[in-house]
Design a protein around this ligand. Structure first.
Ligand SMILES: Cc1cc2nc3c(=O)[nH]c(=O)nc-3n(C[C@H](O)[C@H](O)[C@H](O)COP(=O)(O)O)c2cc1C
Length: 351
């Protein structure tokens, strides 16, 4: 078993276990409509086992960065349809990552005047880029009212329906990297004293309910995955002891049978712990090269590996990896001590 073994993931059959990471490309227009460049970007990587798109807003309130796409207007849905059609025409599979930024936002990047929303009215330290005013501090958010939370969850469900209408094979809930779902999970950003804050059971509630609503909207758990990043403090996430929260989350979502749990590893070993708490398909990403990726799969520590930065400049990552594997096998079988100088970087390996 290695990166090139097929895998059943939710409702899909993947020809290999190489997954392209969700990566913001900042190429959409000011209305969140993906540009034609997105068609070429995704279609040229269609031989991945699975493509995950850049983070995409479920609603205007969920947008915070310049030139990022959405999935809540007819123009956005139509533009995404050209992307999914091109990927499918090349035989690929693609999930849309749904990303609500919560408090990681600036007014200059938004189409609505409302303040950003968050679990609590706690501003995230840090700055973000705006095209009009350069680097700016993140805006101060307002706390969501308890009565508003179902409608926010409803926006994730509607975004799921829109994504399927746009031809996606499924959706990924972005619960990593300090955005709205992650803000609910973490005590630094979630200071609520109602059913959505305080205890671990309360802090995971928003994510569990949102995943459930997305699965209901998709009509199948096999069309919905979720990404987490335990221990990552990006975007001013503060949590001195993240593992118990993520273990509880993994156990809760295991009962919902999503297509996969995608863990971005951060050096605290959470991916190993979550493997034991989550019986479903596990995707792990973060700094992988080919050799380590194959080892993870061989040893059963992950079902597929997610590659980010190596995919940016290498749309043909899958082909390059196959070529080099073949060359290595040939070399061994002929037992020739021939020196090969690789000219291309492959899955983060140094020659
Ligand atoms: C340019 C860039 C943009 C990214 N945007 C997103 C994003 O929109 N959503 C997300 O979940 N992760 C995002 N990430 C994180 C990647 O998905 C991935 O977790 C990370 O790059 C680690 O994998 P790597 O070491 O193989 O690059 C981004 C990473 C990069 C390099």
């Amino acid at each position: 078993m290695n990166l090139f073994s097929p895998l059943t993931l939710g409702d899909l059959s993947l020809p290999n276990r190489i997954v392209m990471a969700p990566m913001t490309r900042s190429r959409a227009d000011a209305q969140g409509v993906p540009s034609p460049l997105a068609v070429e970007y995704y279609a040229s990587r269609a031989d991945a086992g699975l493509l995950l798109t850049e983070g995409t807003g479920p609603c205007a309130a969920g947008m915070g960065y310049p030139r990022t796409p959405g999935i809540y207007t007819p123009a956005q849905i139509a533009a995404w349809r050209t992307v999914t059609a091109a990927v499918h025409a090349r035989g690929g599979r693609i999930f849309l990552q749904i990303m609500h930024v919560g408090r990681i936002a600036h007014a200059a990047n938004r189409t609505i005047p409302d303040a950003p929303v968050a679990p609590s009215a706690v501003r995230a330290e840090g700055q973000m880029w705006t095209d009009a005013q350069g680097l700016q501090p993140n805006d101060a958010p307002r706390a969501l009212e308890l009565a508003e939370i179902p409608s926010v969850i409803g926006e994730f469900a509607q975004a799921t329906r829109n994504a399927l209408e746009a031809g996606f094979d499924g959706v990924e809930l972005h619960a990593a990297s300090g955005y709205l779902p992650n803000q609910f999970l973490s005590p630094g950003s979630n200071r609520r004293s109602d059913a959505y804050g305080g205890s671990i059971g309360n802090r995971i509630r928003f994510v569990v309910e949102t995943l459930g609503a997305m699965i209901a909207a998709a009509g199948s758990p096999g069309k919905v995955g979720i990404k987490v990043s335990p221990g990552m403090n990006f975007n001013d996430i503060q949590d001195d002891d993240p593992l118990p929260t993520y273990m509880a989350l993994a156990r809760a979502i295991a009962a919902q049978h999503p297509a996969y749990l995608h863990v971005m590893r951060t050096g605290i070993g959470a991916e190993g712990a979550l493997r034991s708490a989550f019986a479903g398909t596990l995707l792990v990403g973060g700094g992988f090269g080919k050799a380590e990726a194959n080892r993870m799969i061989e040893e059963g520590r992950a079902d597929a590996i997610v590659f980010g930065s190596s995919y940016l400049a290498n749309p043909d990552l899958v082909k390059r990896s196959t070529r080099r594997s073949t060359r290595r096998i040939n070399r061994r079988s002929t037992r020739r001590a021939r020196k090969v100088t690789p000219t291309t970087r492959c899955l983060g390996e140094t020659p």
